[in-house]
Design a protein around this ligand. Structure first.
Ligand SMILES: O=c1ccn([C@@H]2O[C@H](COP(=O)(O)O)[C@@H](O)[C@H]2O)c(=O)[nH]1
Length: 275
């Protein structure tokens, strides 16, 4: 998917919601556990119930890898289901990869070619040659960790390095890499006060923003400081939506939570003018 197509979807749906598909067998409704592939059945019901309210889905691969080959197959069925039934949805493999160049190329093939995700998250720690192999794929997006939502973000990411915080070096340096137009960045909703500085460095880039809902970040604060003329934000919520109920009404309740977020987003979008 191109960036323009993503922007168009945001305008059409009046939503910049990403639903995180972080499926834990201990948390899903018990009646699904008797089915052959409970993870896929859960995802399918959540996707069918929320696809008109969200512009993207973000399975975190850890929740699939934890179940071995069966989990990987559930992930494959989930991405195929989205691509076949809702081709306008932007898909994010939250895998946080990155390694020496030839290994990164294999990671990129796995997520962009084999699984056919639109985007994958990567860690910047190994630098340019670990990220550029992902950037080489046309109309695919590499979402690099910049300032994460967790407390540990303050261990390294905000360290002062030569008069500037490390996350700022990451943002600035990455803009010089080949095909950097294919970059997006992860910035945690719990760090709303940093968005103004971040927008000075990457005014036009899309930011994937986890941390609203279960982690307590504020949608309105993030939008106030992080939104650009093309919206430029994908706000992720995982647990607060998908585990709204663990009864037979789980999909309905997930829709109710997604609808609340979408309505808040629609109201915010009403106040900004398109480019
Ligand atoms: O900085 C980061 C980067 C990634 N995540 C991931 O996003 C979701 C958040 O889930 P919630 O249930 O909405 O808290 C999850 O997959 C994280 O691994 C993040 O939270 N922060």
């Amino acid at each position: 998917m191109t960036t323009q197509q993503l922007i168009d979807q945001i305008r059409i749906k009046k939503s910049f919601l990403t639903v995180g598909l972080d499926v834990d067998l201990n948390k899903i409704p018990k009646h699904l556990l008797d089915l052959e592939d409970p993870i896929f059945e859960f995802n399918k019901a959540i996707i069918d119930a929320t696809h008109d309210l969200a512009v993207s889905y973000k399975p975190n691969t850890a929740f699939y890898e934890a179940y071995g080959i069966k989990g990987w197959l559930s992930l494959q069925k989930t991405i195929n289901y989205i691509n076949e039934n809702y081709p306008d949805i932007f898909t994010i493999a939250d895998a946080k990869r990155g390694d020496i160049g030839n290994t990164s190329s294999m990671y990129a093939k796995a997520f962009f070619e084999d699984l056919n995700f639109d985007s994958v998250t990567v860690a910047p720690y190994m630098g340019k040659d670990s990220v550029e192999p992902f950037l080489a794929f046309e109309n695919k997006h590499t979402i690099m960790l910049a300032l994460t939502s967790n407390e540990g973000a303050f261990d390294f990411q905000t360290l002062n390095v030569g008069g500037k915080e490390l996350y700022k070096h990451v943002l600035e340096t990455s803009k010089t890499w080949k095909n950097s137009e294919n970059l997006m960045y992860v910035v945690g909703a719990t760090k709303a006060e940093y968005f103004t500085e971040i927008r000075k460095i990457v005014p036009d880039s899309f930011l994937l923003v986890p941390g609203v809902g279960a982690q307590g970040g504020s949608l309105s604060e993030v939008c106030k400081y992080g939104m650009n003329a093309n919206v430029g934000l994908l706000i992720n919520s995982s647990r607060a939506i998908i585990y709204a109920s663990n009864g037979t009404d789980f999909a309905e309740k997930a829709r109710e939570e997604a609808l609340k977020m979408q309505q808040e987003m629609a109201a915010i979008l009403n106040d900004i003018k398109p480019n």
